[in-house]
Design a protein around this ligand. Structure first.
Ligand SMILES: [Ca+2]
Ligand SMILES: [Ca+2]
Length: 277
């Protein structure tokens, strides 16, 4: 299948990188490859997830918030897609999640994300792991000084909702950084997450090809140790997320639907041997 190219690259042993996943979203317009991706259908924030992303016939996947929801004018339609497979770095290696995307609109009150996520039951406690790139359009729409939110969650206790904790046996870890995005999030750019069992880091590749470190967390307390799915989503947060919420963004009942898009050109995952295991 052209849409999914899985290549094994044999290079020199030092810093050898192996490509273990790639999707170019090539081919005719329609659903993304259902053998690779799946959507979700549930409420989140002020909207309703309705289906996965769609290929636009021009080599890109598009995820959008639609206002109002075509089937329910009282809410927003929003989209999420996640890989069916999971990823987990082995000891002594780093996984690199690399994608080229843009959020070409100026609507505040939305969130666009690339993230890794999974949850599990710890007795009666729901715990989750997550590594996020999140663009709150309150920090990017109409701005030339865009910011990005970089968060890790490690065995985080969903029953207790406690934030800004590190390595707590009870609460787990939630740790966020909110640095400059180093450029307009509306322009296409390559973003990377590096994940090993000891470190998480976020990069942006400049238009000239230079890797720029946006944020870094060192130590196992910041690094998920469990397999996670790779996700893209776009959605409308509710008032509980003060920084991301825009009270003026409400479903436009009776209006022609408007779509705000996140456009993904490609995504790939590489495995790299670290210098020390
Ligand atoms: Ca901007
Ligand atoms: Ca493409």
């Amino acid at each position: 299948m052209r849409a999914l190219i899985v290549a094994l690259l044999l290079a020199s042993p030092l810093h050898a990188q192996t490509k273990i996943f790639r999707d170019d979203f090539a081919g005719t317009s329609g659903p993304v490859n259902a053998a690779v991706w799946q959507g979700e259908g549930h409420a989140q924030g002020s909207g309703q997830f309705t289906g996965a992303g769609e290929k636009n016939g021009n080599g890109k996947a598009v995820l959008a918030v639609t206002n109002p929801h075509p089937d329910d004018a009282e809410t927003f339609a929003q989209q999420v897609m996640r890989t069916k497979r999971t990823f987990l770095p082995q000891p002594g290696e780093t996984l690199i999640f690399r994608t080229r995307l843009a959020m070409p609109h100026d609507q505040s009150g939305l969130v666009h994300s690339i993230f890794l996520y999974s949850s599990f039951m710890d007795g009666s406690t729901l715990r989750s792991n997550e590594i996020d790139f999140e663009w709150m359009t309150n920090q990017t729409a109409g701005s030339t000084k865009d910011k990005v939110l970089l968060t890790t969650w490690v065995d985080w206790n969903n029953n207790a909702d406690t934030y800004n904790v590190v390595g707590s046996p009870l609460y787990g870890t939630h740790a966020a950084l909110n640095p400059p995005n180093r450029g307009d999030a509306g322009e296409f750019a390559v973003y990377e997450i590096e994940w090993s069992l000891k470190r998480v880091a976020w990069y942006k590749v400049s238009p000239k090809g230079k890797r720029q470190l946006l944020g870094e967390r060192k130590g196992r307390a910041y690094a998920p140790q469990r397999p996670m799915h790779l996700y893209f989503n776009t959605w409308v947060p509710g008032p509980g997320w003060v920084e991301a919420f825009d009270p003026s963004l409400v479903p436009s009942v009776g209006q022609a639907p408007v779509r705000w898009r996140m456009v993904v050109d490609w995504v790939e995952v590489l495995r790299r041997k670290d210098k020390q295991g």
